[in-house]
Design a protein around this ligand. Structure first.
Ligand code: CS2
Length: 500
């Protein structure tokens, strides 16, 4: 069957091909103003911020196209894919009802820092740039979960803090700092730093990390950034699996499009962001974004989402992978697992959540079960389990800590923590080895093996766990009991004990 390579010259034919596809009809290319520089162009960014900006551009909103940036060597693949197709890609939404596809054109150019670091700094410092947005994952923030400070002794941060490296930095903070310094010298406003990462208080953490970095380098600049800069907190949500070879084949077969790196996602999407911008913003509310004035509102939305959605994902991911499952929906088809997830949400997580006017948690949690059960997006467990050291401490541990303080039940949450502790050893219940993809893998594995069924070794890792939790006897006893059960009997025999 004939397919068309995605690029500008094929666009009109793609639109009228065998299955209709929405294509961008707005102007693109070098003459377009790029108001947003985005660091970390992966699947999630392309299903979320770039999707919202595309929707705005379709409505005629100009000046806010995106320049994508990759800082890591592994971003070379994205550079090549985007450049080969004029920076466009296909967004495929899949649900039980079927799938639809749109070509997204909001990413207008792409810079790969290892090719030219100066070009990235210059782009961020350019007067047309008003927002620098981030999806750099938890580990990209160099945030110590225990002290809440910047990991200033990390080799990459140390490198960037050396004035000799100001124009060739490695980390996001090195780039933000260098670009802010130029804007200050040029009399421009600071750009807004808009974190789209899935972290509680993502904006406040970004502010604090950049402030700590800048104070070490130049207190005067730090003061300017802190007084004039804005770092809105945001809750972001859209389940976006990793693209598989099969996704590309299906796109070619069903829609006749040849795309080097399409994105598959669910129909659901949500973004709640504080209305705090230093240098203007697009009219995001026009495309369904909840832009709110109240600082606390975002924090509450984040809490709901991180603890219910991502906490449940952890409950599906680590035990699911140990039990030998491959996809989220497969785990949800197991009656014990689905009950476990439901009961953990209702009995252990919900009691510590704030009430948000207009949000019905019965509906929210039922919708989550439906989203997790969507068989069409094929959400991979290794994706859920990726970089766990940046996730479990904020998706699961805060719910445990709060449940302990209000004396609510927390044994299911402890089972999830124990499953992660067992998972880091890298062998599933059938004796199959799997890769533990985590920046802290070495230390986690060493501690997990040294500790056996005693979690104290792992809990001693300073920058992951709070002192209050690691010294709590109830927590230790409950995690130890779960770890003993999982190590001895495996997940499938243990999980029924945690379901009523
Ligand atoms: C997942 C998230 O990686 C994870 O742990 O829970 O990527 C999740 O799919 C998104 O946060 C959904 O918005």
């Amino acid at each position: 069957m004939q397919t068309l390579k995605l690029n500008t010259s094929n666009l009109a034919r793609i639109a009228t091909g065998r299955t209709p596809i929405n294509i961008p009809k707005y102007p693109r290319g070098p003459a377009i103003k790029e108001g947003i520089v985005h660091i970390g162009v992966g699947g999630f960014h392309r299903a979320h911020l770039a999707y919202y900006v595309d929707q705005l551009m379709r409505q005629g909103v100009t000046d806010w196209a995106i320049c994508g940036v990759g800082l890591q060597p592994f971003d070379a693949g994205m550079r090549d894919a985007l450049r080969s197709q004029d920076h466009m890609y296909t967004l495929i939404e899949r649900s039980a009802k079927g799938s639809s596809a749109s070509i997204i054109g909001s990413i207008n150019s792409y810079l790969f820092a290892p090719d030219d670091r100066e070009a990235v700094i210059a782009k961020m410092a350019h007067p047309d740039t008003h927002i620098v947005s981030l999806t750099i994952t938890e580990s990209g923030y160099f945030y110590n979960e225990n002290t809440h400070e910047l990991q200033s002794d990390h080799p990459d941060i140390k490198f960037d803090l050396d004035p000799a490296n100001e124009n060739a930095p490695r980390t996001t903070f090195g780039f933000l700092y260098a670009a802010m310094a130029r804007r200050y010298q040029q009399g421009l406003k600071p750009f807004t730093v808009m974190s789209c990462d899935n972290m509680q208080k993502n904006g406040a953490i970004t502010r604090h990390m950049l402030d700590s970095f800048a104070r070490i380098r130049n207190p005067e600049l730090a003061k300017w950034i802190s007084e004039k800069g804005h770092f809105p907190n945001a809750m972001v949500d859209r389940i976006t699996p990793q693209t598989s070879a099969k996704d590309k084949e299906d796109l070619a077969e069903n829609f006749g499009v040849e795309d080097s790196w399409p994105v598959v996602t669910e129909p659901f999407t949500q973004w709640v962001i504080e209305d705090h911008f230093s240098d203007g913003r697009p009219p995001f509310e026009k495309v369904g974004v909840q832009v709110v004035k109240d600082v606390h509102a975002v924090e509450e939305f984040e809490k709901h989402k991180l603890r219910l959605l991502n906490g449940s994902h952890s409950a599906i991911g680590y035990p699911g992978q140990l039990a030998g499952f491959k996809y989220v929906h497969e785990v949800m088809q197991d009656p014990f697992f689905s009950k476990f997830v439901w009961q953990m949400m209702q009995e252990e997580v919900r009691p510590s959540l704030p009430t948000i006017p207009g949000v019905d948690l019965d509906v929210y949690t039922k919708t989550l079960i439906e989203r997790f059960s969507n068989p069409t997006i094929m959400d991979q467990l290794p994706r859920i389990c990726l970089n766990a050291s940046g996730k479990v401490p904020q998706f699961i541990m805060p719910s445990i800590a709060e449940a302990i303080w209000v004396s609510g039940p927390f044994r299911r949450l402890c089972f999830v923590a124990a499953a992660w502790f067992h998972y880091v050893k890298g062998v599933d219940d059938n004796g199959n080895k799997f890769e533990v993809d985590d920046p802290m893998r070495e230390i986690l594995q060493a501690k997990a093996i040294a500790g056996g069924t005693n979690p104290s070794e792992l809990l001693s890792i300073g920058n992951l766990f709070g002192d209050d939790l690691r010294s709590d006897k109830r927590f230790l006893a409950t995690v130890t009991a779960a770890l003993e059960d999982i190590s001895r009997d495996g997940i499938l025999k243990t999980i029924p004990k945690y379901v009523d």
